[in-house]
Design a protein. Sequence first.
Length: 233
Amino acid sequence: MSTNFLFILATRNAHKVEEIRALLRSEFRFLTLEDFPSAPDVIENADTFRGNATKKSVELANWLASSEHLKSKQEKCANIFVLADDSGLEVDALNGAPGVFSARFAALDSGQNGNSSDAENNKKLLGLLEKIPLEKRTARFRCVIALTPIIFPANETSSPACFADEAELRREIFEGACEGRIAFVASGQGGFGYDPLFIPSGFENSFAELGHAEKNKISHRAKALSKLCERFL
């Protein structure tokens, strides 16, 4: 039964948590990093979505396995996983950028650490595409989810390195993409990130205008999570 599974969402992003909560079926239980304040921040320095998702999922799974935070959960739930995703926008006219730098696209220009605001990222994207005609403004949102089991040590003499290796070997990947194009102006108040600029294929409205229910039927994250659900149900 899927109720025997607990997912730890490797994020503190409230927007992402809300979206995943809506997309995951009610049979699943989950916690987020807000439930583990001392969890380490994983540096996302891989050059692919898969690499970043895997790094977050595996490192947090190993940290949780070696900590005391999940002991009570371990007794109640035999199957606990860390679910980490990395996602972003790929624009064909920009050779796939911003890609893995989607959240800090504007910040790259100033060399500052951390993410840029949505407004800053959208402004930069529109500036770079200013002279690009509609037919060449094709793009896609891509999501890669890494799901890693938390492997608890069988005894105190067990090697942490062995568990780290086994966790990565048992990591599973689920991917989803949503094709579309970049609008000339932002529209809509819903969503987050590049949603006001992204018009999915077959639609005339941006993700920010479609509303959560409609977006969650076609989004990149919805497609990846749908594959994950099929794995357990």
